[in-house]
Write a protein that binds this ligand. Structure first.
Ligand code: FAD
Length: 344
């Protein structure tokens, strides 16, 4: 493998039901950052599906200079084999230096398959990516490239942070945790170069047949997209008492989320958990109510624009990251706050 043949930053533009997933736009934002530090500045989105060409304009608006489209009935709904075949074929044909995939349910399935198919490494669930020096000896017969993709991810259950590089193989592949990277502001009317690519599909190479798709009822809010989050911790005291947080969220047009202690107690579903082993959120306003501010919780919400903490313990670490803090009993403060907002 000659490393020099591999150029440019590519992202897998995940779509479901012909709608682009947020992660595709977040990856484009990060890809632009990385490409700025490389010789090849062009950012490429790889779009797989059936009748998906209508999505290329949005990819262009969010930073794609080029979109490689593989449009085939075999790719209508996600299945491991045809998607692996399509993405691996794109890599073999276009030779990206870097390929980013979202660490979504689809990406966690697809990324490792593809990396193994093209004989490269994969760093899973990254929370930080940058171009930098990695002081490692090359494999015999291969030249050393100093500028590597440095891929950072929590390891050993979040107890340590590891930075990993892939100096001897290409592409450098990472799956990236949703909600961590930032989209760029859309450039309305931007156009990308469209490249149609057909790797050819043989249905008898596919071992999965989709008989029926049963959609999960959307009764759990998507906290990653919320502009206002009212988050509760163990200090809320009981599942019933979360009603006072629901009332505040309703008055503000926000959404309720929670700490891991709340999930572990069975008060709220895991989908609402913020933090290192939950979701990373970046709302405009984040209320931390009865939450102590453990490092694993803060890791998931510290990028919020405004953090407001309510806690009866004035020494709670959450006040170290809060922009505004109220020391006192949440059972008194939260209903009063809701009343004031409703009356205003
Ligand atoms: P507590 O730490 O018990 O804090 C409760 C707070 O409520 C206290 O500060 C208390 O003063 C306050 N309080 C109590 N009563 C009142 C009242 N009446 N009015 C006002 N304030 C009151 N945690 C996460 O949240 N997300 C994660 O993703 C996550 N991942 C983890 C991963 C690993 C590997 C490990 C080891 C831990 C992880 N944790 C995570 C757990 C984390 O370390 C904390 O245990 C957890 O965040 C604590 O939740 P809490 O703040 O709700 O509860």
């Amino acid at each position: 493998m000659s490393l020099e043949e591999y150029k440019g930053v590519f992202i897998f533009a995940q779509q479901v039901d012909n709608e682009l997933s947020n992660i595709a736009l977040e990856l484009l934002g990060k890809a632009k950052d990385l490409a700025a530090d490389l010789d090849e500045k062009k950012v490429t989105a790889v779009l797989l599906g059936e009748n998906v060409e209508g999505l290329t304009d949005k990819l262009a608006e969010y930073g794609a200079d080029r979109v490689i489209v593989v449009d085939d009935p075999a790719l209508k709904d996600y299945r491991t084999e045809p998607y692996t075949h399509a993405l691996a074929s794109v890599i073999n044909e276009f030779k990206p230096e870097i390929l980013l995939v979202g660490a979504t349910a689809i990406g966690r399935d697809l990324g490792p398959r593809v990396s193994s198919r093209v004989h490269t490494g994969l760093t899973a669930d990254c929370t930080q990516l940058e171009i930098g020096d990695f002081p490692l000896n090359p494999m015999p017969g291969q030249e050393q490239k100093h500028q590597q993709l440095l891929m950072t991810r929590p390891a050993f259950g979040g107890n340590t942070i590891a930075t990993i590089a892939c100096p001897n193989f290409r592409p450098q592949m990472a799956t990236v945790r949703p909600g961590v990277m930032q989209k760029i502001a859309p450039n309305k009317g931007a156009k990308a170069e469209i490249v149609k690519f057909n790797p050819g599909f043989e249905e008898n190479n596919c071992y999965t047949e989709i008989l029926k798709i049963v959609k999960e009822k959307a009764n759990v809010a998507n906290i990653a997209d919320a502009k206002i989050l009212v988050s509760g911790g163990r200090g809320v005291g009981s599942p019933e008492n979360f009603q006072i947080l629901e009332d505040l969220a309703e008055a503000l047009g926000g959404t309720v989320s929670c700490s891991r202690a709340v999930v572990d107690n069975g008060w709220k579903p895991k989908e609402l958990q913020v933090g290192q082993t939950g979701q990373t959120v970046r709302p405009h306003v984040y209320f931390a109510i009865g939450i102590s501010g453990a490092i694993q919780h803060v890791a998931g919400m510290e990028e919020s624009d405004i953090i407001i903490a309510i806690n009866k313990d004035e020494n709670a670490p959450i006040f170290d990251v809060a922009d505004y803090g109220v020391v006192g009993d949440l059972n008194k403060i939260v209903p009063e706050l809701t009343k004031q907002i409703k009356d205003a």
